[in-house]
Each structure stands twice: as C-alpha cells, then as structure tokens.
Design a protein. Structure first.
Length: 145
C-alpha cells in the first residue's frame, strides 16, 4: 500500500476497500462512503477559504481523517509531509494532531523500509469503522462537513 514514491510522490492504487461488497456486510452504501464522496467533502471544506478567513474553520484533525479515509478506501497511504499539506497545516501542527489521533487509535504510523526518513500514516481499522459509520449517519446530507 503506497501513496508516494521518493521522486514523484504519486499515489499508487492497489484496490478499492470501500466497494459495494461492503454493503452486504452492513456497511454504508458505496455512494455515501466512497472516496469520491469524501473528496467532494474535502473540496467543499477547502472552498470556504475563498469566502472566509481560513482560521475560522481550522480543523486539521477532521481534514486528516477525511483524507485518510479516502486513501484507506483506495488502499493507499500517505506520508506525514503530504498529510500536513492535505490538511493545510504546518508539519509541526500535523504531528501534534497525528499524535492525538494515534492516541485515540484512529490512525497508525509505519516506517518506510525503503526510506528511513519517511513515515507512512494510515487510518486504523477502528478509524475506518468510525468514519464509515459517521458518513452513513449523514445519509447523504452535508450538515456536518
């Protein structure tokens, strides 16, 4: 499972983890929990910055969880630096939130065996379950983006 390469830092899709097959196991319908839906949520959240001071909506933990959920569904992972960029926060801020989310067992870190300088961040099974349940709870609405 990878998201970045040392040179190009491009995602590599391995398989879809939030497929329609999950619905039979009691998961939310794919349309509500798909990575595409989560990317729409992230895009809507980012659009607020065009109209309001971005610090009014500073919520890096939530942006990280959304990004990690979409990546988990695509069986991808992300480095700390790319996750901080995706959340729109400095690396030090991202690391504080990664620590907190890891304490909550919503994500985990994994050393890159090919590059000792890089650490991968992935949504845990608990994090996946909680995010999927929340997105299912939204039932297609966008009230709590």
């Amino acid at each position: 499972m990878e998201n970045e390469s040392a040179a190009g830092e491009q995602p590599v899709l391995l398989r879809d983890r939030c497929s329609v097959n999950d619905v039979a196991a009691g998961a939310a319908p794919a349309a509500l929990t798909s990575p595409q839906r989560v990317r729409e949520i992230l895009k809507a959240r980012a659009a607020r910055r065009k109209f309001f001071n971005e610090q009014l909506f500073a919520d890096p933990a939530w942006d990280m969880l959304l990004e990690l959920y979409a990546l988990k569904c695509e069986d991808l992972r992300i480095s700390v630096s790319k996750l901080s960029h995706a959340a729109g926060v400095p690396g030090t801020t991202a690391l504080r939130w990664i620590d907190k989310l890891e304490q909550e067992q919503l994500l985990f870190r994994k050393d890159d065996p090919l590059d000792g300088r890089r650490i991968w961040i992935e949504l845990s099974d608990k994090g996946l379950e909680r995010m999927r349940a929340y997105l299912q709870h939204l039932s297609g609405g966008t009230a709590a983006l």
